[in-house]
Ligand binder design. Structure first.
Ligand SMILES: [Fe+2]
Ligand SMILES: [Fe+2]
Length: 278
């Protein structure tokens, strides 16, 4: 009988770090799918704890720019569609990292196992979304990295690295919820231009994103309950502190409602009122 020294098993926190540090975009998506499968099968079972990087690994291209320096996106013809799909692929790549960061950054807190299930599933979904969009870009003669991309999503998100409640309030409940609003009109535009394949991909994404907003809302409310905070006004306070922009209508009330995010959250939100001390 041979004795084998068992290798220390990868923890979920280390898995998150591994995915975050992977620089190549397609490899990040593939590594994410593998790690998510390992979590689901129980091959990764311990949550663990580790330091996560302040910046994820990213490929040499696209060139990352501050949002205000981004060149105006072409809106018409094939160029316009490529630039739209490229921007969406970039959002999905960021979303992979943001999901892993949520899964791995707050492991010192006493969170239920379902919390980790949820964010590993989100990371896995985002990886699939990235690959679908990049494949579509390839069919249109382009690839992720061809155009510049902005770095605003990651930077704003990292402002909330200090607090799970703030992170959930901003990333899934503002950024991902805005995706719910923006996607249906984009699908309509693509269909109007006869691009049924890109529209089909966006429909899949729009459907999946409802569950991401739902997970964010669920654990945001859990964090509020634990701290004895009211949901709506606390969310408003977090937005004023970390998002600092208005919430722009039109809202996709139906998709938001399906995600458990009623208009009570967003309809009365005002960025700033004189003397407002909510
Ligand atoms: Fe996504
Ligand atoms: Fe998402």
């Amino acid at each position: 009988m041979t004795t084998q020294t068992a290798l220390p098993r990868l923890t979920l926190a280390e898995a998150a770090k591994r995915a975050l540090l992977t620089a190549d975009a397609t490899e990040k998506a593939n590594v994410t799918a593998e790690l998510a499968a390992m979590w689901r099968s129980g091959e990764i079972s311990e949550i663990g704890e580790t330091d996560l990087p302040d910046r994820p690994g990213r490929p040499a291209t696209p060139e990352l720019m501050a949002p205000r320096h981004m060149p105006k996106r072409s809106k018409s013809g094939l160029k316009g569609r490529i630039s739209l799909l490229h921007a969406l692929a970039h959002i999905e790549l960021n979303a992979i990292d943001l999901a892993w960061d949520l899964a791995g950054r707050f492991t010192h807190e006493n969170l239920p196992r379902e919390f980790y299930d949820a964010w590993v599933q989100v990371a896995d979904d985002e990886a699939r979304h990235f690959k679908m969009l990049n494949k579509r870009l390839g069919e249109l003669g382009a690839t992720y990295g061809d155009l510049p991309a902005h770095d605003g999503l990651w930077e704003t998100s990292m402002d909330t690295a200090y607090d799970l409640l703030a992170r959930l309030a901003v990333v899934p409940m503002v950024f991902e919820a805005r995706g719910l609003d923006a996607t249906p009109p984009t699908i309509e535009r693509l269909l109007a231009h006869g691009d049924t394949e890109s529209a089909r991909i966006l429909k899949i994404i729009a459907h999946d994103e409802i569950s991401h907003v739902a997970a964010g809302r669920k654990y945001y409310e859990m964090a509020c309950d634990q701290r004895g905070l009211p949901y709506y006004t606390t969310w408003h306070a977090m937005l004023r502190k970390h998002f600092r922009g208005p919430l722009k209508p039109p809202f996709n009330d139906k998709a938001r409602y399906e995600a458990g995010m009623p208009p009570d959250y967003y309809q009365d939100y005002v960025l700033e009122l004189p003397g407002d001390e909510e």
